[in-house]
Design a protein around this ligand. Structure first.
Ligand code: MG
Length: 323
């Protein structure tokens, strides 16, 4: 299987429209299997062992038939990085046509965070707002922000640890979503999320694929939201298949992040706030145009081999997946 993956591997660099989590160019590795294309795209600083689930997700996409879906279109939210200028915010919001839920990055300067939410509320008074803090707040900071922010749908990962989230829940009525606490856990099945998290964030790549993401959701038995990890259209299409495969899906999904990219390998348009579930084939001319240097391609091939050896191969064997 490894040879087959390396044989079709293409690596592209996708420029982002704005700085997102300090990312301004997103490198992703794509390969083709009998079931279609898979995307291997752990952020550059991730270790081989942290990259294992990203590879097993890409392998599942390319080699394992997707489970049956419950829906053909997925409602998505607008995702806004920590922009402060009203015109920039307006410009980016316009790239999410029909989206009525807006997820906003906060967790820096709380005054600027509140101003950002104020601008968004004045631009889109009817939108539901959710915030993502990426674990940056202490319990005190989180409690004081959440108890003065007004109406929001939920707060994603306001503090870093399960213990802090449990402490915070005693001090606020705002619903708490667990993201990093689950996807960065050594064993997401060993976590006790009770009284700490109301909703589980499911990201198909960092959780190791559709099968494992659904197992994690079933294990914790909480409502879920599906989001991206800033993938290309290939990876997003797999997140859409996860969202489609969930029997209950109450929340808009963070799968509209293609709008944060200046270029993409295929079209996956948002229409009336929804994206259609489909098999995405990257455009060959775009793959050629956006291809990274030979040096970067070799770096990714080595990363993929090392990640395979660091645990992806044994996961694939355990699951009985074959080429
Ligand atoms: Mg998050």
């Amino acid at each position: 299987m490894l040879d087959s993956i390396l044989g079709s591997l293409r690596v592209v660099a996708l420029a982002t429209k704005t700085d997102f989590r300090s990312v301004t160019s997103r490198e992703v590795a794509l390969f083709e299997g009998p079931m279609g294309w898979g995307e291997f795209c752990p952020f550059l600083e991730y270790s081989y062992s942290e990259s294992v689930p990203w590879l097993t997700s890409a392998i599942e996409a390319a080699f394992v038939p997707a489970p049956p879906g419950f829906r053909q279109e997925i409602a998505v939210n607008a995702t806004l990085p920590a922009l402060d200028n009203a015109q920039d915010i307006q410009g980016l919001l316009d790239s999410y046509p029909g989206c009525t839920v807006i997820k906003v990055k906060v967790g820096g300067d709380p005054v600027k965070d509140m101003e950002r939410l104020g601008i968004i509320r004045s631009l889109r008074p009817d939108a539901k707002i959710r915030i993502d803090v990426n674990g940056l707040w202490s319990v005190d900071e989180a409690a004081s922000f959440l108890n003065t922010v007004g109406d929001i749908e939920y707060a994603e990962q306001p503090c870093a640890t399960v213990e802090e989230l449990r402490e915070l829940k005693k001090r606020t009525h705002v619903k708490i979503v667990g993201d990093e606490v689950i996807r960065k856990a050594k064993d997401p099945f060993a976590l006790d999320l009770s009284e700490a998290v109301d909703i589980v964030m499911l990201k198909v790549a960092p959780l190791g694929g559709i099968t494992r993401a659904i197992e994690i959701a079933q294990h914790h038995n909480l409502p879920v939201v599906v989001s991206s990890a800033l993938e290309s259209a290939v990876g997003i299409s797999y997140g859409l298949k996860l969202a489609s495969a969930l029997p209950i899906l109450e929340f808009a999904c963070g799968l509209g992040t293609g709008s944060l990219l200046a270029v993409d390998v295929a079209q996956l348009p948002i229409i009336n706030g929804m994206i259609a579930v489909s098999d995405v084939r990257p455009d060959n001319s775009v793959l050629n145009k956006l291809a990274v240097s030979n040096e970067r391609l070799n770096w990714w091939k080595n990363r993929l081999r090392m990640t395979w050896n660091a645990g992806a191969e044994s996961f694939v064997q355990e699951r009985g997946w074959s080429a």
